[in-house]
Design a protein around this ligand. Structure first.
Ligand code: ZN
Length: 181
């Protein structure tokens, strides 16, 4: 996982729980310095260990922490890389651009970022099915990111997750419903 993701987790924990909590979590989980360079790769297990400690400290289920982290991450990445959002003037177009335009741009920025793949079913106007595939099975993180995008575009959505890699499927279907009310 790229260091930028660790940087975002650090920002979130420090802004919500303070520096002491972040230092305690690093002491528990990390043998190195706990300083992460945005473009460097670090072991996935290290990130998951940190997230597990955050879940312990906040007494929240892991899935909730990962989803909340995804939403926070969206806003942080949006601030760092506004160019990715300028290309789409609505949430639906933005979500569709993630699998093609945005992930291609991210691959130019970061060496071998190991991104998930998305394919899309766009048949219905009021619905978008995003088919997620990744060996990391971080579909909950993807959901959190999508909720961040929903906040950014001020467009309410509902996300259903009827097919999931955690339930034995080889992919996840994230069914996004747009509220036209
Ligand atoms: Zn899933």
């Amino acid at each position: 996982m790229k260091g930028v993701i660790f940087n975002v987790l650090e920002d979130m924990v420090i802004s919500q729980c303070g520096m002491q909590t972040w230092n305690d979590i690093l002491d528990e989980q990390v043998s190195g310095t706990g300083v992460y360079t945005a473009s460097e790769s670090y072991p996935d297990e290290e990130l998951f260990g940190l997230v597990e400690s955050v879940a312990d400290k906040l007494e929240m289920p892991m899935a909730d922490v990962i989803s909340t982290f995804g939403t926070y991450m969206f806003h942080q990445l949006a601030a760092r890389y506004p160019v990715f959002l300028n290309q789409s003037d609505n949430l639906r177009d933005f979500l569709i651009s993630v699998g093609s335009v945005i992930h291609i741009e991210v691959q130019k920025l970061y060496d071998n970022p190991n991104l998930p793949t998305f394919s899309y079913d766009t048949i219905r106007d009021d619905q978008l099915i995003m088919r997620y595939k990744s060996p990391r099975k971080l579909c909950v993180l993807a959901e959190g990111l999508m909720r961040g995008a929903s906040e950014y575009y001020k467009t309410p959505i509902e996300i259903d997750h009827p097919v999931c890699m955690h339930k034995g499927s080889d992919h996840c279907d994230l069914v996004v419903r747009f509220d036209h009310g």
